[in-house]
Design a protein around this ligand. Structure first.
Ligand code: TRP
Length: 337
């Protein structure tokens, strides 16, 4: 059965813009690992996207390598999946240029994320920030990906991907696979801020106690969970509307232990918030410790990381080139071959 049909292609990427939170891990990276068995997965470190907001160049370089190492430490197997750095494959920018010519400014200026980021970075509303979704579209279409696992905040960008794929196909003939969003089964695992459980946990939060990063050590993790905002009740119960803080902690506990929410509640029946927060912190710290150790081991082996990046970008470039050549031919570019 297995070889009768090629597995569907699946693409996703994470930006190397600072610390990766446990929210990114639970919501994205951990699922990338699971999807490896089912699909032909292509995963990128989206450094071209990262520079749409101001980055410190040395930090960007370091974060790129750290994210590469983190992907592998979390279980992405470069022998199974294509793992690469976006800027190493020039076709991403090349396709973006062509797709820009079928995209209307209004489609980009009304994107929720563009509006949010423009407000947050009012001193740096650049063309790249506006064109960011088209670059994302190119990432996906270059690999003819059928599936894209994305969170709520990227859904609009996936809709644009579908719109542009259809628009191009209609104008020039069948070229691109029109992708579908990949909806994760355990959609309950949305990790919220520890300081304000009505907001998503974000690495760009000004309050460092609002998020836990993949590089926080045990003491830091426990301290952050101890400070997590809860409520004035004292029952550990899952009730997102009424008890958003406690529910968020239960979600995190559930995500890291694999226990159901009901089972997680039972673990803390009759116990106070103090014990509960400590237990959540310990579960998270214990889960992250081996990942952190493996990431550090990989970061000490730059030769290995370099070889993974090189092999990954070569495979990616080969696939991307095939699509780009087709696009160039369809739009009427005279072949240079
Ligand atoms: N913009 C995505 C994010 O910040 C990252 C990303 C870049 C991406 N290219 C992609 C995600 C293509 C899915 C598909 O989360």
């Amino acid at each position: 059965m297995e070889n009768q049909e090629r597995a569907q292609k699946l693409f996703s990427a994470v930006q190397p813009s600072g610390a990766i939170t446990i929210g990114n891990y639970i919501g994205a990276i951990r699922n990338f690992v699971k999807l490896q068995g089912e699909y032909d997965c292509i995963y990128a470190v989206a450094d071209l996207h990262a520079i749409t907001v101001r980055q410190d160049p040395a930090a960007l370089r370091r974060n790129t390598l750290e994210l590469m190492a983190l992907f592998i430490a979390c279980g992405i197997d470069p022998e199974k999946s294509v793992l690469f750095v976006q800027s190493h494959v020039p076709a991403h920018c090349e396709l973006t240029w062509v797709l820009n010519t079928i995209t209307y400014p209004g489609e980009l200026s009304r994107m929720t994320q563009f509006k949010d980021k423009s407000a947050r970075h009012a001193d740096n509303v650049n063309m790249g920030l506006m064109d960011y979704p088209v670059l994302m579209v190119s990432d996906i279409l270059l690999y003819q990906a059928a599936l894209v696992p994305v969170g709520e905040d990227q859904k609009q960008h996936l809709e644009l991907t579908r719109d542009l794929a259809i628009r191009f196909n209609n104008r020039y003939g069948a070229t691109f696979t029109v992708p579908e969003p990949y909806i994760l089964k355990d959609s309950g695992a949305r990790v919220m801020s520890l300081a304000d459980p009505s907001r998503k946990m974000s690495k760009s939060d000004e309050n460092p106690n609002a998020f836990v990063t993949m590089s926080d050590d045990k003491d830091t993790i426990i301290r952050k969970f101890k400070r997590a905002v809860t409520d004035s009740d004292s029952v550990v119960r899952y009730a997102p509307e009424e008890k958003p803080g406690i529910s968020n902690l239960l979600t995190i506990y559930h995500a890291f232990t694999g226990k159901s929410l009901a089972e997680s509640e039972r673990d803390f029946a009759g116990k106070g918030y103090g014990d509960f927060k400590l237990a959540v912190g310990e579960v998270v710290a214990d889960a992250l410790a081996p990942i952190r150790a493996e990431q550090a081991r990989l970061l000490a082996d730059k030769e290995y990381l370099r070889s993974v990046m090189k092999a990954g970008s070569e495979s990616a470039a080969r696939m991307a080139r095939r699509t780009l050549s087709k696009v160039y031919r369809k739009v009427g570019f005279y072949s240079g071959e």
